[in-house]
Ligand binder design. Structure first.
Ligand code: NAD
Length: 257
C-alpha cells in the first residue's frame, strides 16, 4: 500500500540535506516514486547536488511560491515530463527574521502578509495548479508541514504560529473542496527539528529541550520519522484520510504541563 512504483510527485521545500522535504523525497523515492524537486533561488546548487542521490533522474526546477508565474511554469514542465502527477509535498514556510524575535504585538503588516503568503496561501496556489495534472491520474494527494504553534503559544514563534493556524484551516477547506475529484489534502505537524527554518526562531534549542523532557516518548523526533508519516499520508494506505493534521511529535501535544 505504500509502494510508489510508477507514481510521480512534486516536492517543494528542499533547501539542504536537513530539510524535512528532502527526507520525504528520499522516503518516497526509495519506494519507487519519480520526483520533481523545486528550489528557491539561492538553494539551486544544493538541490541539484542532492538530486544526484536519487534514482530515476529527478526534475529540478526553480519555484518561488510567492510567484504565480513560477508556480504555473513548474506545473507546465512537470506535466510535459510526467504527463500528470500523483502527489505534491508542500514544505515551504517563511517569516521575516525580525518577526520571530520581537514581541508578537509588534508584528508588522508586511511581515504578516509575507508569512501568510509564503507559508499558507502557497498551499492553495500549488494545489490549484496541480488539479489538472491529478485529474490525469484519477486523483492525487497533497501533504503540507505544520507545527503545534498553530494552536499553542511558543516563545518567538509569533506570526508563524498564526500562519500555521491558517495553513491547517486551509488543509480542511481544500480537502472539502477537492475531495470529490479524488484529491486528498493533509498535514503532518512535526515536533521541533534542527533545520535551516528552525534556526531562524530565537531560543529554538530550549524548545527542543522541553520536548525531550516532557513528550511521552521523552525524546525529540527524527526527520526520517516525520518523512515516514508523510509518505503514509501520500500513499494509498491513507486513501480514506483527508483534511487531517497528523501530529508526529513523540506525543508532546497530549501533555498538560
Ligand atoms: P527548511 O529551511 O529546510 O525548509 C523550508 C523551506 O521553505 C526551504 O526549502 C525554503 O527554500 C522554502 N521557502 C521559503 N520561502 C520560500 C519561497 N518564497 N518560495 C519557495 N520556497 C520557499 O526547514 P524545514 O524545517 O525542513 O521546514 C519545512 C517545513 O516544515 C516548514 O513548513 C516548517 O514550518 C515545517 N516545520 C518545521 C519544523 C522544525 O522544527 N524544523 C517543525 C514543524 C514544521
Amino acid at each position: 500500500m505504500t509502494d510508489f512504483t510508477g507514481k510521480h510527485g512534486l516536492i517543494v521545500g528542499v533547501a539542504n540535506k536537513r530539510s524535512i522535504s528532502w527526507a520525504i523525497a528520499q522516503a518516497v523515492a526509495r519506494r519507487g516514486a519519480r520526483l520533481a524537486l523545486t528550489y528557491q533561488g539561492r538553494f539551486e546548487e544544493h538541490v541539484h547536488d542532492l538530486s544526484q542521490g536519487l534514482d530515476q533522474s529527478p526534475l529540478v526546477l526553480p519555484c518561488d511560491v510567492s510567484s504565480d508565474t513560477e508556480i504555473a511554469s513548474v506545473f507546465e514542465k512537470v506535466d510535459q515530463e510526467f504527463g500528470g502527477l500523483d502527489f505534491v509535498v508542500h514544505g515551504a514556510a517563511f517569516a521575516p527574521r525580525e518577526e520571530l524575535e520581537s514581541p508578537f504585538v509588534n508584528t508588522t503588516r508586511d511581515g504578516f502578509k509575507i508569512a501568510m503568503d509564503i507559508s499558507a496561501y502557497s498551499l492553495i496556489g500549488l494545489t490549484r495548479a496541480a488539479l489538472p495534472l491529478f485529474e490525469k491520474r484519477g486523483g492525487g494527494s497533497v501533504v503540507t508541514l505544520s507545527y503545534l504553534g498553530s494552536q499553542r503559544v511558543f516563545p518567538n514563534y509569533n506570526v508563524m504560529g498564526v500562519a500555521k493556524a491558517a495553513l491547517e484551516a486551509t488543509v480542511r477547506y481544500l480537502a472539502a473542496d477537492v475531495g470529490a475529484k479524488g484529491v486528498r489534502v493533509n498535514a503532518v505537524s512535526a515536533g521541533p527539528i534542527k533545520t535551516l527554518a528552525a534556526a531562524g526562531i530565537k531560543g529554538f534549542s530550549s524548545i527542543l529541550h522541553v520536548y525531550a523532557d516532557r513528550a511521552p516518548l521523552r525524546r525529540n523526533v527524527e526527520t526520517s520519522e516525520v518523512a515516514e508519516a508523510a509518505a503514509f499520508l501520500l500513499s494509498d494506505a491513507a486513501k480514506a484520510i483527508t483534511g487531517e493534521v497528523l501530529l508526529v511529535d513523540g506525543g508532546f501535544h497530549v501533555t498538560g504541563i
